[in-house]
Design a protein around this ligand. Structure first.
Ligand SMILES: NC(=O)c1ccc[n+]([C@@H]2O[C@H](COP(=O)([O-])OP(=O)(O)OC[C@H]3O[C@@H](n4cnc5c(N)ncnc54)[C@H](O)[C@@H]3O)[C@@H](O)[C@H]2O)c1
Length: 313
């Protein structure tokens, strides 16, 4: 896409994934506006690009946000603002519902009422699948979420699709599998690095070590979002965003141990958190078909994440 004078709105743009996306958009000379309420981030994540972008502190459920979407004629909107994790949705399903589903239908309806025509790409999640019966998981596979977060993401995808079918809006949903990388201060890779920094000799692993994840490095998530923006027909399609390769928690832990040059022993709790499925491996042929190809192996992504960790902690 030619970025000359193109304007892009990124909701949740100061978050983990959003800030990496904003950096790439800025590098491609898009005019970027970030909307974030800083519930789960600070502008520190945007330090490298703050002088090149507009940052608006507001809630995506506010009238002020609706006015921005109505008054400005954005060429592209990436909707990433959300409660981004399963545990808060289990603790407080209404909080998740308001930040994820209400915000999305509010954005869709604001665009429709304002008769705007941006490319709209929303961040969904592999949580829509629940516990898949077979892998790799294709987009056509039955969706059966097992957390409030997953059901909210599924509903937001369906609304996004329906607004394309019924009102002709240009939309797509990106189902991110487990993301990791610099600036993410939670989840498996960050937790394991932190535990090993504290105790380099032993590490407790949640579950029995056989739980499998398709972990995708944040730069590959950004690549996927840009490929969707550039090449998707934007007819409501959903895309898996992953690597197509699964790693067990024991393999992930061992890769980090090796990268840190340690010789740690693992012990296992045997049980997992409610809402956490056992095996996730994605089929990524649909997004490959529009030009996406993951560029980071687990070892490469972990190396970069450790470099960031060591520079900032
Ligand atoms: N990180 C992952 O592994 C993962 C996996 C699947 C899907 N996703 C989705 O990707 C998106 C980005 O996730 P992330 O990992 O960068 O999380 P994040 O928490 O770092 O980023 C989300 C951002 O949204 C902001 N936000 C939350 N509610 C808001 C509201 N009501 N108004 C304005 N801003 C608000 C937060 O302050 C934060 O900066 C989310 O939609 C998330 O559900 C993430």
């Amino acid at each position: 896409m030619d970025s000359d004078n193109q304007t892009v709105l990124v909701t949740g743009g100061s978050g983990f994934i959003g800030s990496h996306l904003v950096e790439q958009l800025t590098a491609r000379d898009f005019k970027v506006t970030v909307v974030d309420n800083f519930a789960n981030s600070t502008t520190d994540n945007l330090a490298r690009v703050l002088d090149k972008i507009e940052v608006l502190e507001m809630n995506v459920n506010s009238d002020a946000f609706k006015k921005i979407v109505t008054d400005r004629d954005f060429d592209v909107i990436f909707h990433l603002a959300a409660n981004a994790y399963v545990p808060p949705s289990v603790k407080d399903p209404i909080y998740d519902f308001e930040n994820n589903l209400v915000s999305t239908i509010g954005l869709l309806e604001t665009i429709r009422q304002a008769e705007r025509d941006p490319k709209l790409i929303v961040a969904s999640s592999a949580a829509v699948y629940g516990n898949p019966v077979t892998v790799p998981i294709t987009e056509e596979m039955i969706t059966d979420p097992i957390s409030p977060y997953g059901v909210g993401k599924l509903a937001m995808e369906r609304y996004t699709d329906v607004f394309s079918r019924v009102y002709g809006m240009r939309t797509a949903s990106a189902r991110f599998f487990s993301a990791y990388g610099p600036r993410q201060k939670k989840q498996i890779i960050y937790d394991f690095i932190g535990k090993l920094k504290k105790d380099p000799t032993t590490m407790v692993i949640l579950g029995d070590g056989t739980q499998m994840r398709d972990l995708v490095y944040v730069e590959d998530i950004v690549q996927a979002l840009l490929v969707i923006m550039d090449n998707s027909p934007l007819d409501g399609t959903t895309y898996n965003v992953a690597t197509g390769i699964g790693h067990t928690t024991t393999e992930i832990a061992q890769t980090i141990v090796d990268a840190l040059g340690l010789n740690a022993k693992f012990t296992y709790t045997g049980s997992v958190r409610p809402g956490d499925p056992h095996v996730w491996i994605a089929d990524i042929e649909r997004i490959r078909g529009i030009g996406y190809e993951p560029t980071h192996t687990l070892t490469q992504g972990i190396k970069k994440t450790i470099e960031w960790y060591e520079a900032t902690h």
